[in-house]
Design a protein around this ligand. Structure first.
Ligand code: 3HC
Length: 687
């Protein structure tokens, strides 16, 4: 008998149980097990009916995503669905947990579906750049209204089966024991004529209404709709028009084609890399218990982190100057008020969360905190003094964390006198929204502290990614490389708006100069001065950003930066004064501006990010290329559908072009390919 699909008989009913933890994904072995089980149900005279059920936490949550990069192996999921649907004996799918994707598709092929309260069903394939590939687009519109089928498949969002019961996603909700209820129900179907879902056409009775819903979805998707979106609409449109088996074949063709697209490969990588990144290293001990958190600083960052902690159920004490205490309360309260206004939170939930917040001006108030985090301005001396004070009041073993973006974590750890308890927790702004978080492990950070930092990051619903202590850690290092590449292109002849437009076309929401204008040019100016970048030997230095600052152009806050802004507007407008500064700086370097294509801009910026990522791997600052990708996507706006800079470079075939880059690098040390990347290319290894 199959290890992953167990069949037992109860009262003349076969219990077909999928046992493939953690989420019972439909791997090749599971698919084979299900086909064999259906054959046995059909041929065993002692069996009158069957139920399909998942062991552990869920009914199958989908096809096994890890198999998608290899050729599809038999039996395919549509074969499993057909075996279920064509079984001469009634088959009842008994759902719990998350019946998603291929999991829900096998349920749709059964003769009936029962679910426990809280079960979520859905077809989330679009989030992976594909579409249902085992009958979802053909069977779902036979069971539910076409509008609901379109909405479920195009949004990819699962629904609560009990709360949407009247829509027909399942046939019944089971309060008690699921298997027993399934067996009883299956027996009640024995001897009655079976109606395979594929043969049902009641939902197609209003042909005009059906087509109108499809047309509306197509209009809403627009002309730029992704391939997956277009294919989904086409297949749902075809469901009433084509014989069932031809509808299935059409869907399968689209699915297999989509599976091979760059976007689908990138999104699969993001799915798997995210789950890998947030896992603490396997050799770490159990984390320490954290229930009370203290946060120094109630500014934008501190308030955002406070909200994340309150949302996760922690008690939070914010330490601020006496005059800022009420402002801090108001800021945190304001975030919750807006959530209530938008209907994301009930007033009761807001009040409960705020009841766990206290603010205090006395540092001694942190005495019982399990984790103490500072979110004060990024000034070395200020933070060093603060950690000396924190160490004087914190209980032994409390985790001490800095939210610095750039400062040396080892140096700060030393000032605290408790380097073993010390860790960097670098959040991205706005901290209550952004999921990215770097766990910066210092030289002396203990394994317990690291484990606790990861557990804390996961508890507050962030995606913690491990970084060694190094200037800029991972995210800001790659971001700096990106901006530097953009600056080279700017100096060489591209305008800020050309560079921004190219990167928006690549998929960023905003281009680098729009972001700089928004964040304030003075911040990176101060950092460049601190690092003495202008005078660093052997590195090309672009002075344009400095010149903008020298002219008082700090970005949106001064209504001028790389662009100019009308009063009260954030729309960037081309500014002849900014252009004149750029021209002057080019002339000072003797640069004759050249035309630079959008493609070259995108390629150069991507190579710069990839290469910096390679260096981070080389230096063991980052552990995996996927970690870099996740940080750049979640924290710094890199387009998810491109997979992050490392994956995007691989998918664009750029890793193979490093030899060209090596020649290039002779004029420009910045582009020296890292050892890690050279090795990756040499070994043909995939990121
Ligand atoms: N294939 C392979 N592994 C999967 C998987 C899948 N479909 N879904 C989840 N996993 C793995 C995760 O990688 C993770 O592995 P790990 O423990 O080694 O890190 C583990 O299961 C647990 O996953 P999560 O950490 O995400 O656990 P959560 O409890 O937060 O979420 C979930 C569970 C809601 C099921 C979530 O994992 C999820 O959304 N999974 C993807 C569902 C999906 O997209 N299904 C459609 C697949 S495509 C398809 O079915 C095509 C078909 O139409 C032909």
């Amino acid at each position: 008998m199959s290890e992953v699909v167990k069949v037992s008989a109860r009262d003349g009913v076969a219990v077909v149980e999928v046992c493939n933890p953690p989420v019972n994904a439909l791997s090749q072995a599971v698919r084979q097990g299900l086909v064999d089980a259906m054959a046995r149900v059909a041929s065993d005279d002692g069996i009158q009916a069957a139920i399909l059920i998942g062991a552990g936490r869920t009914f199958p949550a989908g096809a096994d995503i890890r198999e998608f990069d290899a050729p599809a192996q038999e039996p395919h999921l549509p074969d499993v669905c057909n075996a279920i649907e064509n079984c001469p004996k009634p088959v009842v799918a008994c759902l719990h947990g998350t019946a998603l994707g291929g999991g829900y598709e096998i349920a749709l092929a059964a003769h009936a579906r029962l679910a426990t309260p809280g079960t979520r069903v859905g077809l989330p394939e679009i989030g992976l750049g594909v579409m249902p590939g085992a009958g979802g687009t053909q069977r779902l519109p036979r069971l539910v209204a076409v509008e609901d089928a379109l909405s479920m498949i195009l949004s990819g969002a699962p629904v609560d089966a009990a709360k949407t019961r009247e829509k027909g996603y399942v046939d019944g909700i089971v309060e008690g024991d699921l298997a027993s209820a399934g067996i009883t129900f299956a027996k009640s179907l024995v001897g009655k004529p079976l109606k395979p879902v594929g043969a049902r056409r009641e939902r197609f009775s209003d042909g005009f209404g059906y087509q109108a819903a499809v047309d509306a979805a197509r209009r809403e998707a627009g002309e730029d709709a992704s391939r997956a979106r277009r294919a989904i609409i086409d297949c749902i449109e075809a469901a009433p028009l084509l014989p069932f088996d031809q509808g299935l074949a059409l869907e399968r063709d689209h699915f297999l084609e989509l599976r091979e697209t760059v976007e689908a490969k990138a999104l699969r990588h993001v799915f798997l890399a995210t789950r890998l990144a947030v896992k603490p290293r396997p050799d770490l001990p159990e984390p320490a218990n954290v229930s009370q958190v203290a946060i120094f600083g109630g500014g934008l960052m501190g308030s955002g982190i406070t909200v994340s902690c309150l949302d996760a159920g922690f008690s939070v004490i914010v330490i601020e100057q006496p005059e800022a205490l009420e402002r801090t309360r108001a800021r945190v309260g304001g975030i919750y008020d807006r959530a209530v206004e938008r209907g994301r939170l009930s007033p009761q939930m807001r009040d409960e969360r705020l009841s766990r917040l206290s603010v205090d001006a006395e540092k001694s108030a942190i005495a019982s905190a399990d984790l103490i985090l500072e979110a004060v301005p990024d000034d070395r001396d200020l933070k060093a003094q603060l950690f000396r004070d924190i160490a004087a009041h914190a209980k032994p073993g409390a985790i001490l964390a800095t939210n610095t973006s750039y400062l040396d974590v080892d140096d700060l750890a030393e000032t605290s006198g408790r380097p073993q308890d010390f860790v960097g927790l670098h959040f991205f702004s706005p901290a209550h929204v952004q999921q990215a978080m770097e766990v910066v492990v210092g030289r002396e950070t203990s394994a317990l502290t690291e484990a606790t930092a990861f557990a804390f990051g996961n508890a507050i619903k962030k995606k913690p990614v491990r970084s060694e202590n190094a200037e800029g850690f991972i995210g800001n290092r790659v971001l700096t490389a990106y901006r530097r590449a953009a600056d080279y292109l700017l100096e060489d002849g591209a305008s800020p708006s050309e560079i921004d437009a190219a990167m928006r076309a690549f998929g960023f929401k905003m281009g680098p100069y729009q972001v700089l204008d928004m964040a304030g040019l003075d911040i990176s100016w101060a950092r460049r001065k601190r690092l003495g970048e202008a005078t660093a030997e052997g590195t090309r230095y672009v002075r344009i950003g400095d010149a903008m600052c020298e002219a008082g152009r700090f970005g949106q806050k001064t209504a001028k930066g790389y662009y100019r802004y009308e009063e009260g507007s954030r729309t960037p407008l081309t500014d002849p004064e900014a252009t004149a500064i750029i021209d002057r700086e080019r002339a000072a370097k003797g640069v004759t501006p050249r035309e630079i294509s959008s493609e070259e801009i995108q390629r150069t910026c991507l190579i710069a990010m990839m290469n910096e990522g390679g260096k981070l791997l080389d230096e063991s600052v980052a552990e995996r290329a996927g970690d870099i990708d996740i940080l750049m996507i979640l924290g710094l706006g890199f387009p998810r559908e491109k997979g992050g800079p490392m994956k995007a470079a691989e998918l664009a075939g750029l890793l193979g072009q490093l030899r060209d880059l090596e020649t290039w690098s002779k004029e420009d040390v910045f582009w020296t390919p890292s050892k890690a990347l050279k090795n990756a290319v040499k070994n043909g290894s995939q990121f």
